[in-house]
Design a protein around this ligand. Structure first.
Ligand code: PGA
Length: 248
């Protein structure tokens, strides 16, 4: 059986004090359950100090495609590793839409992350307009192909894919379990056509308004292997309940 993995995406939220309380609450509650928190860069040291030795890994929400040098404001893969990061989100829809990250740039970041030994959580997903015009699968395929063409299908053995329909992110509109499962099955099938072993083991997370109250039915779908959780990852009881629902 594939493992299930839930990751929190804190986005640009938190403070030393708020994080301390959140981490202190989730750590004992998730003892023995593998989970991830992707925190803002300045709080990586805090996550490392708090979570080292626990079952919760940590990481970032973005990284530079460059190794080092004159790139003011950027953060490299090596810097994330310096703080014990295991995962990094790449291609989140907010990076794609608000910061103009192209499929090609996302593929570069994915490869740089892997080359450094980080596990990229590659986000894909369609906008509302794309769903309504019936191009969901075409959009998701294009986003996946950018990475597969650049890094090879085998690279997905060391990655996580997160399907996040843009219309469900932060909107309270969750994809129905059936809608999400359909796209997850499409993703796995597309990868299986290239490498069935990689496809069978690939963790495909669902993201978009996952809450404690809807986690169980989403996680029960055969191709949903966990979640990428935004808003609810900032509330200890919510995040713990989602992780437990996935671990069942
Ligand atoms: P949400 O965000 O859970 O707040 O919808 C998910 C994400 O953007 O990763």
């Amino acid at each position: 059986m594939r493992k299930k993995l839930v990751a929190g995406n804190w986005k640009m939220n938190g403070s030393l004090a708020e994080n301390a309380a959140l981490l202190a609450a989730i750590k004992p509650a998730l003892a023995g359950i593998e989970a991830v928190v992707c925190v803002p860069f300045p709080y990586l040291a805090q996550a490392q100090a708090s979570l080292a030795g626990s079952s919760i890994a940590w990481g970032a929400q973005n990284l530079s495609e460059q190794d080092k040098g004159a790139f003011t404001g950027e953060v490299s893969a090596a810097m994330l590793l310096d703080f014990g990061s295991k995962y990094v989100i790449v291609g989140h829809s907010e990076r794609r839409s608000l910061y103009g990250e192209s499929d090609a740039l996302v593929a570069s970041k994915y490869m740089v992350a892997q080359a450094a030994g980080l596990i990229p959580i590659l986000c894909v997903g369609e906008s509302l307009q794309e769903r309504e015009s019936g191009v969901t699968e075409a959009v998701v395929a294009r986003q996946l192909d950018a990475v597969i063409d650049a890094a090879g299908v085998g690279s997905l053995a060391n990655a996580v894919v997160a399907y996040e329909p843009v219309w469900a992110i932060g909107t309270g509109k969750t994809a129905s379990p059936e809608q999400a499962q359909a796209v997850h099955a499409f993703i796995r099938g597309k990868i299986a056509a290239l490498d069935s072993g990689v496809a069978n083991h690939l963790v495909i997370q669902y993201g978009g308004s996952v809450k404690a109250s809807n986690a169980a039915e989403l996680m029960a779908q055969p191709d949903i292997d966990g979640g990428l959780i935004g808003g609810a990852s900032l509330v200890a009881e919510e995040f713990v309940a989602i992780c437990r629902a996935a671990a069942k």
